[in-house]
Design a protein around this ligand. Sequence first.
Ligand code: 4PL
Length: 243
Amino acid sequence: MKLQGRVAIVTGAAQGIGRAIADKLHAEGAQVAVADLNGDGAAAVAARLEGLGIQADVSSEQDADRIVQETLGRYGRVDVLVNAAAIVPFIAWDEVDFAYWRRLLSVNLDGAYLVSRAVERPMRDAGYGRIVHIASNAFYAGTPNMGPYLAAKGGVIGLVRALATELGRYGITANAVAPGITRTEGCLATPHRDSFDFVQALQAIPRHGLPEDIAPSVAFLASEESGWVTGQVLVADAGHIRD
Ligand code: 4PL
């Protein structure tokens, strides 16, 4: 139980990797605020974990701030932020238009900034915090049909480095977990579903990745015992890429 007495916010937690993270942090003893654009999905996960469901769009300043305000209102503290909310595209480079580019960057990168900004004050006041963003090994692999997603994930890694440098003095660490291709609802709803066997052939461990394979790495970085690790990217992808 590495998170006994801790309060965690997980965005994008109605499904996929975010939901597996919410489950794992709860299993480790945390009280979990489950935030998602899909309010019904967030409520369903929260009900299962006896947590707090929050309908929110992380690309909205007001919503990002409200996630933290509602969590503080219910639990009085926030020890952990895990930002898993993201759009997972499958779009050829020449089909990306500027509106799509902006929308993806607003959720996957601006959202990471906005929720990080929103937790800073309570974490600083407490002298303790763990911020974990979900990146992707696709950033390192240059996976095709994901142009704006790769740009956003690179930005998230830059954000993690900035947060680590500037918040370390307040007891706050910031890290990323970079999953490989994972059998999530979001991924399986796209043509990425046809890539699993090809990618498996590149992995050191020959099976398809599941959301439960990612969550333990996040739980480590969300825990007190990871306190000497900050500004890092932990690649959890069965050995697909070597960074
Ligand atoms: C290797 O993050 O990392 C497909 C879809 N293939 O979302 C990802 C790889 C996908 C990935 C990803």
